[in-house]
Design a protein around this ligand. Structure first.
Ligand code: OGA
Ligand code: ZN
Ligand code: ZN
Length: 391
């Protein structure tokens, strides 16, 4: 059954109910079955072994994968029928099981999924801002008219946590139209879309004319909004420049310069809370969240909606010292990105990484009006994967 089949250059890809492209991946050259599985060899010299159970579980026939939804139908398998025959033909793997079931696997599809390789990294990894960071700028017309423009915008946002769109129309709700290209707007207690301008009876510091120190939005939610979009419609008031700092970069500076402060902020959950007549939204979480490898993966920082500090009496002062240290680092000029949004410009940023703020403005000197909304990061990643299908 050691089936070395000559590779036909014209081999047609097999239907695997998979939309990401796999037709260009190397074809199978050979398969060596044993009792428990098969060792596959591809025409690029790669080899990998797969157990029969994995292959049976990933069968792409219409009984095992739904032909329309592409979802798995085959149930979790404890034991499977024994194999009757394995054959490599025209670059693909054909299996016949003792119970009569037949499975066919595209050789390129298998190559992409062989043990030991990561899923294709279509997504840019986050990169902390370098000294003197200048954000990527994408023209509105490129974003809406060209795949390349949209891709550049998405990649910069995932990589840098901040990207600018420019030369957009001064149109009400343009922010919602742009966001909807990527995914559904993420609603919060401030609505799915919000207007930032100074209003009577504000329920939020953003709806006044006062300056806003660096913060993240809605850290009082278990899952704060991932991505924030702020679209500028008017900005001729004096002041009101936009401020940003890369939370990942500043957290690393804190770790270097004051490891004990970093430890306290990353290990001590505190309370965040927003209350108005209708709502009382609260969560207990640390300022800095790290993953299993100790990398900072989330910053929650919003001094207005920090609730009562409930910590053991002996930790209170040390926590304040650490918090102040982080605050001071965040606001240092070397960590600060500052610019004025022009009408028709939109800034998008990762609200769980990049802190934002603004200078005070004088509402008597002119008007300032931003429209904002939020998006889930999953939708950005999804959009990039969909664009990669066309590449
Ligand atoms: C906000 C906010 C910044 C600005 O609405 O959450 O921080 O520039 N606005 O007004
Ligand atoms: Zn099947
Ligand atoms: Zn804000």
């Amino acid at each position: 059954m050691d089936a070395a089949a000559p590779h036909a250059a014209t081999a047609k890809p097999l239907e695997m109910h998979e939309l990401a492209p796999y037709a260009e991946a190397p074809r199978l050259r050979d398969g060596r079955p044993d009792e428990a599985g098969i060792t596959l060899a591809w025409e690029d010299g790669e080899q990998a072994r797969l157990p029969w159970l994995w292959l049976r579980d990933h069968c792409a026939c219409d009984a095992c994968r739904h032909a329309q939804t592409r979802e798995r139908l085959v149930l979790p398998l404890a034991a499977i029928a024994r194999l009757r025959e394995a054959r490599v033909e025209a670059g693909h793997l054909h299996l016949a099981w003792q119970d009569g079931h037949q499975s066919r696997f595209d050789g390129g599809w298998l190559h992409q999924r062989r043990p030991g390789v990561e899923a294709p990294a279509a997504l840019p990894a986050p990169r902390p801002w370098p000294e003197g960071f200048r954000p990527e700028r994408v023209d509105h017309a490129d974003f809406t008219g060209h795949v390349e423009g949209e891709r550049a915008w998405l990649e910069a946002l995932l990589r840098d946590g901040l990207v600018l769109l420019e030369q957009g129309p001064l149109a009400d709700e343009e922010v919602s139209r742009l966001a909807t290209r990527i995914g559904p707007l993420r609603p919060t207690n401030f609505g799915a879309r919000f207007d930032v301008r100074s209003k009577p009876n504000p329920n939020n510091a953003a709806y006044t004319a006062i300056g806003l120190a660096l913060h993240t939005d809605l850290p009082n939610w278990r899952q704060p909004p991932d991505i924030q979009l702020l679209y500028c419609l008017e900005n001729d008031a004096e002041g009101g420049e936009s401020l940003f700092a890369d939370g990942y970069r500043v957290a690393e500076a804190l770790r270097r310069e004051d490891p004990e402060a970093f430890r306290l902020l990353s290990e001590t959950p505190i309370d965040f809370r927003f209350q108005d007549e209708e709502q009382d939204i609260a969560v207990r979480a640390p300022i800095l969240a790290c993953d299993a490898e100790g990398r900072v993966v989330e910053v929650r920082f919003n001094n207005w909606i920090r609730d009562t500090l409930r910590l053991p009496a002996e930790t209170l002062e040390a926590w304040y010292a650490a918090y102040h240290r982080f605050w001071a680092l965040l606001h240092e000029p070397r960590h600060r990105l500052e610019f004025s949004l022009a009408p028709g410009e939109m800034v998008a940023f990762d609200n769980r990484r990049v802190l934002h703020g603004r200078g005070a403005f004088d509402p008597d000197s002119g008007r300032r009006h931003l429209q904002g909304t939020y998006l889930d990061r999953d939708m950005l990643e999804s959009r990039l994967r969909v664009l990669a299908r066309e590449a």
